[in-house]
Ligand binder design. Structure first.
Ligand code: KG4
Ligand code: ZN
Length: 362
């Protein structure tokens, strides 16, 4: 079964072809440099860029993989959550392609696709506990099979990645700044008393990172010499030296520890509550973070779970994960009609597919 995956939910335009669960080819164009000028993603610009770039990426993918559009059995498209205007570009493209070629349409939950992505390079064992930590979301799921997800906990305000990016912005690091906090933080031992681990003194599996972001901002206000005068580029960060570098590394390490340890507490809580699991999947952009990866290795060892982490290039948004998730759903007989709607961030993605009872056939 040949599946085309389309990803346009935020600031990456991506397409990929997956044949029977194996990646045949992919194309990706990132808009990071465009949005970096504004210190965050500008939704209007993002959708225009998707519109400009997507047809070209699709044509290139067809040429490079020697594929004709009529060869595609199903078109899987990220239908949410994300920026509505951006999602609509991908969803409209997918519908038009299905209409003209007769392929099936599969709307994919972008967050589920992140969690299934490691299946492209290795086997996932179910049931799994899934931690999705990205720029827009911090979700914990019980995943019983590739098509059965139960949401156990979510962020009440800022997502983990958003907290990284906002702290980075406060320090005048380049956007998106999570990676710089990670890299600099690895040079220092964290001060575990410096910042709070938010929203842990309760029974909840939900997260709230906005207070932590404010705690770092307040601390930095008392240490103004730590902040770059104008927005730094990666060279300016590399050129940091002496006491300023050491002090900044300590702030980054301590903040990174607060996030990682908060994630650990909630994941352990979920594991204790939600029955026996075989594996722990950690996915999304923040799964690239060294501290988060090390912390989750410790959790997996403690609970005797197999740890499933996507390779670094699969952590951030890509088309391969959408195609792969689409393949899982196609295999299980799920598809959508052309009525498929894009779902913006903040709204629950409905499970409104049709089920054929067997694998989709062309
Ligand atoms: O999953 P993703 O590509 O996009 C969303 O769907 O949101 O995640 C992007 C987020 C950004 O907030 C970025 O700063 C963060 O992932 N990120 C990191 C690291 N690499 C990317 N955060 C912490 N440490 C990293 N190494
Ligand atoms: Zn994402």
């Amino acid at each position: 079964m040949l599946i085309l995956g389309i990803e346009t939910s935020c600031d990456e335009t991506a397409v990929a072809l997956v044949q029977d669960g194996r990646l045949l080819g992919e194309k990706l164009a990132t808009q990071i440099d465009t949005h970096a000028l504004f210190g965050g993603v500008v939704p209007e610009i993002a959708s225009r860029e998707h519109l400009r770039v997507l047809p070209r990426l699709f044509r290139e993918l067809m040429t490079e993989t020697d594929t004709e559009p009529v060869d595609i059995d199903a078109v899987a498209v990220a239908r949410g959550p994300g920026l509505l205007g951006s999602l609509l570009v991908g969803v409209s493209f997918a519908k038009a392609l299905c209409l003209s070629t007769g392929a099936s349409l599969i709307g994919v939950n972008h967050l589920w696709a992140h969690l299934l992505a490691p299946g492209l390079t290795g086997e996932i064992q179910f049931p799994a506990l899934g931690l999705l930590v990205s720029g827009g979301h911090t979700h914990i799921y019980r995943i019983s099979s590739p098509v059965e997800f139960e949401l156990l906990g979510r962020t009440l305000d800022d997502a983990a990645g958003e907290a990284f990016d906002k702290v980075a912005k406060r320090l005048n690091f380049p956007y998106p700044g999570g990676r710089y906090i990670d890299e600099l933080g690895q040079e220092s031992v964290p001060d575990t008393t410096l910042f709070p681990r938010p929203y842990i003194d309760n029974n909840s599996l939900d997260f709230s990172f906005s207070g932590l972001k404010t705690a770092v901002a307040n601390y930095v206000t008392t240490q103004p010499e730590l902040v770059f005068d104008t927005m730094a580029d990666s060279e300016a960060i590399a050129a940091l030296s002496g006491e300023k570098r050491a002090a900044l590394a300590r702030v980054c390490a301590s903040f990174n520890w607060s996030v990682s340890d908060t994630l650990r507490i909630k994941v352990e809580r979920a594991l204790k509550r939600s029955g026996p699991m075989k594996s722990l999947i950690v996915a999304g952009g923040v799964a690239a973070n060294f501290g988060v990866r090390e912390t989750m290795k410790g959790v997996a060892e403690k609970y005797g779970l197999r740890l499933t982490l996507p390779e670094l290039n699969l952590c951030t948004d890509n088309g391969a994960m959408i195609a792969f998730a689409g393949w899982q759903f196609a295999k299980a007989g799920y598809s959508h009609t052309l009525e498929l709607e894009a779902v913006p961030r903040g709204r629950v993605v409905p499970q409104d597919w049709i089920h054929s009872g067997g694998p989709l056939e062309r």
